[in-house]
Design a protein. Structure first.
Lengths: 272, 503
């Protein structure tokens, strides 16, 4: 067996138990892994854009999470002032990530209280798959109490709530997971053309678990999976990326990967 | 004209003999479109320019022509005519058709009925002319045009001028030039020749006046609006009570709506305060509904979202709930196959209604594709509370090719943001370096150009310059959508813009 297969499958396993979290053991067994099931449903997840310019990457990551979990329809909640600096949400582009625009609802809130109130309403609605709540800048009112309220609503209805934060620093919250997402170098296509969506994802916090270092993943629209990329580095290096670990197999531990140990991929079994 | 006299009598202080005209701007000239009797008597005719008319009759009073208000006025007259017959149809701009078959017994004959109509109209200052006919077209032609006296209806129609056929001006002139002065002259000719010369419509018009063909009469259907109301001997002042009453009224209205197989999409509650003030609460739902509980929730949202809280003062003594817009709604089955999925769909529809009521319909939107390759026009967002447009009127979403990277960004800047300090090889290489939002981006990968030209077949876009789009990825992995307007080496330096961001 080739050397590259082992880190790849190990990474999968690590991601799998990462996403499941100890709070939902049944989800860990039920295949709610990162690649197939997205993030655990009925929870609050926070996605921070590493930089203002990574906002699009963070938004794409949030949409891809909803798709990986097949948690549609998706309600995208935006503050009214986001339109000016960030541009408008472009459904054609989201369609090219795999999100059917018919399953997308755009809600624009005039101010922060309206945003939070609308978020609570959407999180309570059992027909909604995912709520993406986009917010810009520090939001003092999105505190522990407000996030706890969202979590309670989400747990009851099963709506996956993704809080997309741009231009903001992480603060205490009741989120199950917290991610920092930056745009990642894509795999070049023919004639050095940019490839598909790629992200550098770092898990900052996970309830009941250890955070994970940054990794580079690519989104595969056809399989609705995040594919870890560690085999090759791009021909140019990111200039400066604090906290990014070398993306080698050595960095991946199988110690916590209970789910992976029980169901090792076929290639590992054959090789071992 | 009578509409103006009735609604704005102050305009006519100078007396009734002043000639009055109505004008419209056609081409570059202000022309008369209608005149009253004294204006016609003074020798003015519709079509004359206002300057000429003023030169001939200096005392002419002029008002702008308002066809919509005229139509409204005609509809009001038609409503009044429902006292004579249930079948009243409008023939804009200025005629009504009443089917009085079987309706004359209360008036001892049709002549008395017509006299009553004219008397009633005259009381409101409306000058009306009437005629009877076997068909609506005959009656209309006889009322509008006058021919020489004739012993019977058939003869009278034959003696009408050819204009009574209702053909366009050119055809009427051509008939007159051919020596055919009256409808009877035309009828005497073979229809085939007429159809060959003036088209099938002309032949149909002749047959209709001959009573051989009927045009359907589009009768006005008057539907009583669904209204439920409750009066109180003791005014109510607590919001909870008002909401309870509204729920009861909604249940009452629902019974009537169910009988009509309809559901309300726009509801209006009016709260009449004891001291005369009236509060209005309007709600709108995405789908027709008659569910009192849903309406209660929406009214609660509406009251919460009011900028000024509801001030009951001394209390409300009358609460009225009306259905402003109703649409067909059949009783639907629940809990059958696919019942659960339907329920979830219903939950989302309810969510849309709630948010639309609180935030305003314009803030809850869905995406609709359009057939346009100009990126900012390829999709639009519509209020989600409104029914979806018919599939035929919208475009289709592009289907991504398997294995291909996204070709359109997820965030689109509108308007595009300019970039400067662009370093690009001539003539059409992607930029190697550019500056956007005060940061320099070094391009690591790029693809392009994809040329998107303005849609020359649309008038507004005809002059839009073509844009050359590039997908670029900078050294930090950010993917942007840039475009260039203009070309190198054409004198003017091309301009570069960022139009969107990829994931």
């Amino acid at each position: 067996m080739s050397d590259s297969a082992v880190p790849s499958s190990g990474l999968l396993a690590d991601l799998r138990c990462l996403a499941a979290g100890p709070a939902r053991p049944q989800a860990a067994q039920g295949g709610a892994d990162w690649c197939r099931g997205g993030l655990a449903r009925g929870c609050l997840h926070e996605v921070y854009a590493a930089d203002e310019e990574d906002a699009a990457a963070a938004a794409g990551f949030a949409a891809a999470l909803a798709l990986a979990g097949a948690a549609t329809p998706l309600v995208w909640l935006r503050p009214g002032h986001a339109g000016a600096g960030q541009g408008r949400l472009h459904a054609t582009g989201l369609a090219e990530l795999g999100l059917a625009p018919d399953a997308l609802l755009l809600v624009v809130a005039a101010d922060v209280p309206a945003l939070l109130r609308a978020a609570a309403d959407v999180a309570r609605c059992p027909g909604v798959g995912t709520l993406v709540m986009e917010s810009w800048g520090p939001m003092p009112t999105l505190d522990l109490t407000a996030t706890r309220r969202l979590v309670l609503a989400a747990e009851r209805s099963g709506v996956t709530v993704v809080s997309l934060r741009c231009r903001a620093e992480p603060v205490a919250s009741a989120a199950a997971t917290r991610w920092r997402v930056a745009a990642g170098p894509s795999t070049a296509l023919e004639a050095n053309a940019p490839g598909g969506p790629a992200f550098v994802v770092e898990c900052l916090r996970r309830r009941g678990g250890a955070p994970a270092p940054a990794r580079r993943v690519e989104w595969n629209r056809e399989t609705r999976c995040f594919e870890p990329r560690s085999e090759h580095r791009p021909d140019y290096l990111p200039e400066h990326r604090p906290g990014e670990a070398p993306l080698a197999g050595a960095g991946l531990s199988l110690a916590a990967g209970g789910a992976a140990a029980r169901h090792p991929p076929a290639s590992v079994r054959a090789g071992g | 004209m009578e509409r103006l006299r009735a609604t704005r009598p102050h305009l006519f202080v100078q007396g009734d003999d002043q000639p009055v005209g109505f004008t419209e701007t056609r081409g570059n000239a202000v022309r008369l479109v209608a005149l009253d009797r004294s204006g016609m008597g003074a020798g003015l005719r519709p079509g004359l320019t206002l300057a000429d008319a003023r030169a001939r009759v200096p005392e002419l009073a002029v008002f702008p022509h308002d066809p919509h208000a005229d139509l409204d006025w005609l509809e009001r007259l038609a409503d009044g005519c429902h006292r004579y017959t249930p079948t009243v149809a409008l023939l804009p701009p200025d005629a009504l058709v009443m089917d009085i078959a079987g309706c004359t017994h209360a008036f001892e004959g049709e002549r008395f009925l017509a006299a009553d109509v004219e008397r009633r109209f005259a009381r409101r200052g409306v000058l009306a002319r009437h005629a009877f006919g076997d068909t609506a077209e005959i009656a209309h032609a006889l009322a509008r045009y006058s021919g020489s006296p004739a012993p019977d209806e058939r003869g009278a129609v034959r003696r009408l001028p050819v204009a009574a056929l209702g053909l366009d001006g050119e055809a009427t002139d051509a008939l007159a030039a051919a020596g055919l002065k009256t409808v009877g002259d035309v009828m005497a000719r073979p229809l085939s020749g007429l159809a060959a010369r003036f088209g099938g419509d002309a032949a149909t018009a002749v047959r209709r006046l001959a009573g051989e063909a009927h045009a359907p009469v589009a009768a006005r259907v008057r539907r009583e609006p669904v209204v439920a109301e409750r009066r109180f001997a003791e005014p109510v002042s607590r919001t909870e009570h008002v909401l309870g009453v509204l729920t009861d009224l909604a249940a009452e209205a629902a019974i009537e709506l169910e009988r009509r197989r309809e559901g309300g999409r726009r509801w209006e509650a009016r709260l009449f305060r004891a001291d005369g003030a009236v509060h209005r609460l309007r709600i709108e739902t995405g789908r027709p509904t008659r569910d009192p509980q849903l309406l209660l929730r929406l009214f609660r949202e509406r009251i919460d979202a009011l900028a000024d809280p509801l001030d009951p003062g001394f209390g409300y003594d009358l609460v009225r709930l009306g259905v402003a817009l109703a649409e067909p709604l059949d009783g639907h089955q629940l809990k059958l196959e696919g019942g659960a999925a339907r329920e979830e769909e219903g939950a989302v529809a309810m969510l849309v209604d709630r948010l639309s009521t609180r935030l305003g319909p314009a803030r809850v939107r869905r995406f609709v594709p359009r057939d346009s390759h100009v990126p900012e026009q390829a999709e639009l967002t519509l209020p989600a509370a409104r029914p979806a447009p018919a599939p035929a009127t919208v475009g289709t979403w592009p289907r991504p090719e398997p294995g291909e990277p996204p070709s359109r960004p997820i965030y689109l800047f509108d308007p595009p943001e300019p970039v400067d300090q662009v370093l690009a090889e001539v003539p059409d290489a992607p930029p190697a370096r550019f500056r956007w939002r005060r940061r320099t981006h070094e391009v690591a990968r790029a693809e392009g150009p994809e040329r998107i030209a303005g849609e020359w077949w649309r008038r507004v876009d005809a002059d839009a310059p073509a844009r050359d789009y590039y997908r670029v990825e900078d050294r930090r992995g950010r993917r942007l959508w840039l475009f260039r307007i203009g070309a190198y080496g054409t004198g003017e330096a091309p301009r570069w813009y960022v139009h969107g961001l990829f994931a």
